[in-house]
Design a protein around this ligand. Structure first.
Ligand code: HEC
Length: 163
């Protein structure tokens, strides 16, 4: 590099390059951290959703359980809009199930986020009124799947072959 060609410049130059490298490492680390947290949070969302499905299938569903899981889904749902910072997608050197389209088609992604948030808000209203049915839960679930189909890596048996 021309900037670092003279020996006089070496110390300053080394320092500058060192800082640049540190900056890049921090940026990459935070993307990696964000992807990790996103994974953990979606797992929580999945657990809450499963519990909700199970409870609403029961003959005598316990509304305390329903309200608790709906509140968790609603809270995580609202937070989820912050789970996809730039640099946390595929191609950054760590594992993620998100597709690049999350970042290249932000409007389509936001549309599906909004659709899910609307369904989840409706679910919260129903939970407050003690009237959540299994069909309402499934309706919300469709908005999860809709986003997964478009923006999440397909998990199939082929994924064991690296797909
Ligand atoms: C707007 C898009 C969107 C919506 C809505 C959405 N998800 Fe996801 N979900 C994703 C993406 C993208 C991933 C992959 C995350 C990653 O690995 O980077 C994911 C991953 C997951 C995972 C697997 C954990 C992981 O990170 O691999 C579970 C479980 C999950 N979602 C459950 C749900 C449930 C349940 C709902 C609805 C209540 C939901 N999601 C709604 C986009 C969405």
């Amino acid at each position: 590099m021309k900037l670092c060609a003279t020996s006089k410049m070496l110390t300053v130059c080394g320092l500058a390059l060192g800082l640049m490298a540190t900056g890049a490492a921090v940026a990459q680390q935070s993307g990696k951290d964000a992807a990790h947290d996103r994974h953990e949070n979606f797992e929580k969302m999945g657990d809450a959703f499963e519990k909700l499905e199970k409870e609403t299938k029961k003959k005598k569903p316990d509304n305390t359980v329903i309200q608790r899981e709906v509140a968790l889904i609603s809270q995580l749902g609202k937070e989820s809009v912050t789970w996809f910072p730039a640099g946390s997608g595929p191609g950054n050197g760590f594992k993620t199930e998100s597709l690049a389209e999350v970042w290249t088609q932000p409007e389509a992604f936001k549309d599906l986020q909004d659709k899910f948030l609307a369904a989840s808000a409706k679910l919260s209203d129903l939970a407050a009124a003690n009237t959540v049915t299994h069909a309402d839960v499934e309706h919300t679930g469709e908005t999860c799947s809709e986003c997964h189909k478009k923006f999440r890596k397909e998990s199939s048996i082929f994924s064991i072959f690296g797909g």
